[in-house]
Design a protein around this ligand. Structure first.
Ligand SMILES: *Cc1c(COP(=O)(O)O)cnc(C)c1O
Ligand code: SF4
Length: 346
């Protein structure tokens, strides 16, 4: 056996520690996310009958689920509300009239690469084309991200657009998931945004604190706490089971950095289409210090028709919520209609 001096050991530890410090833990978790329909079915102990559908859907929009999110699902239950959001089904391949690739016609509103400026006072920046989880109902499942992930030079042009338009008071980081970008990139971008005098607010729309709570690490908190802009983080949670102790802790870290926390959900058949599930979601969000903001009806994106809930039923559900909850726990029921100046209340 070779004995090593304390100094040798110290040096060896430092050598080992360096690669760990370069790749943040959340990035390793993201890299290890499950991306294979067969592995998903096996991990959740599903009947093999689900596999052909999962493979068919996967060919249209690839499976992606991090372990931290998988761990909140019930094995053996194909109707688990979290699994439903990520499990591809054969229905996705069935064409449906009215369900299209770009339901929000965003392609028409991109004045600079990676920028969507549709609403007065607010501009949306595609800060990362990637997501930590691929949600089957996503309206951006067919989005041409490769054309919309700008280089530094292109970012400068996007920033020029914001600098030149003094009517813009809020920069919204979106994606994909903006927090899938590195902290180095985000710190750079947020510093530039903070230097634009007419900007007041930084809003971040993200699902990462929910699917990989470790994403809210010290490097992120550094740039978030440092900006002079007022900060709003809009989470995306559809079911109470998504909020575990780690998510509550991540929310706590965001609040300590000065962020106001809101949530948007999508009303989804088989996930949250009943009053009890929606009420429990609102209660659980508030326990985590998050206020419900929007409940979106489904955007008619090709491959997601099986999630649809009718407008009549959606209104009834929200009316039921209003009877049982304080007003501040009832989200606004909205739809996004291309060409409208804002989200449209139902
Ligand atoms: C939804 C959305 C916004 C934000 O709308 P709010 O009603 O302020 O939440 C901004 N820009 C785009 C392109 C959007 O789709
Ligand atoms: S953009 Fe949002 S809804 Fe769409 S796949 Fe990414 S995390 Fe899911």
């Amino acid at each position: 056996m070779i004995t090593r001096s304390p100094a040798d050991l110290q040096r060896a530890r430092q050598r080992e520690a360096i690669p760990l410090a370069v790749t943040p833990d959340w990035q390793s978790q993201l890299a290890r996310a499950l991306r294979d329909p067969q592995a998903l079915c096996k991990r959740l102990k599903l009947d093999p009958a689900w596999l052909p559908g999962a493979e068919a859907g996967h060919r249209l929009f690839e499976v992606r689920v991090p372990e931290a999110f998988l761990a909140r699902m019930r094995p053996g239950d194909p109707h688990d509300p979290l699994l439903r959001q990520v499990l591809p089904l054969s229905e996705e391949a069935r064409p449906m009239p009215g369900y299209v690739a770009d339901p929000l016609e965003e392609a028409a509103h991109t004045p600079a690469r990676g920028l969507i400026h549709k609403y007065a006072g607010r501009a949306l920046l595609i800060a990362s084309p990637a997501c930590a989880v691929n949600c089957r109902y996503c309206f951006r499942r067919h989005f041409p991200y490769a054309e919309n992930s700008p280089s530094r030079a292109q970012w400068e042009r996007t920033l020029d657009h914001l600098r030149d338009d003094a009517s813009i008071h809020e920069a919204i980081l979106s994606g994909g998931d903006p927090l899938a970008a590195s902290d180095r990139q985000l710190a750079w971008l947020v510093e530039r945004l903070g230097a634009i005098p007419h900007l007041k607010r930084l809003r971040i729309h993200t699902r990462l604190p929910v699917v990989i709570p470790d994403r809210i690490d010290p490097a992120l908190i550094d740039w978030l706490a440092a900006t002079r802009l007022q900060k709003v983080v809009v989470l995306h949670v559809n079911h109470a089971n998504e909020i575990d102790a780690a998510v509550i802790d991540a929310c706590e870290r965001l609040k300590r950095a000065g962020a106001t926390l809101l949530n948007q959900s999508v009303l989804l058949r088989g996930v949250n289409d009943d009053i009890a599930a929606l009420a429990e979601l609102s209660e659980r969000l508030f326990e985590a210090g998050v206020l419900p903001y929007y409940l979106h009806v489904l955007d008619p994106v090709a491959g997601a028709a099986h999630f649809d809930v009718s407008d009549r039923e959606a209104r009834e559900l929200v009316a039921g919520l209003r009877e049982g909850l304080p007003g501040f726990l009832v989200p606004k029921l909205v739809r996004e209609i291309p060409g409208e100046a804002s989200k449209t209340p139902l």
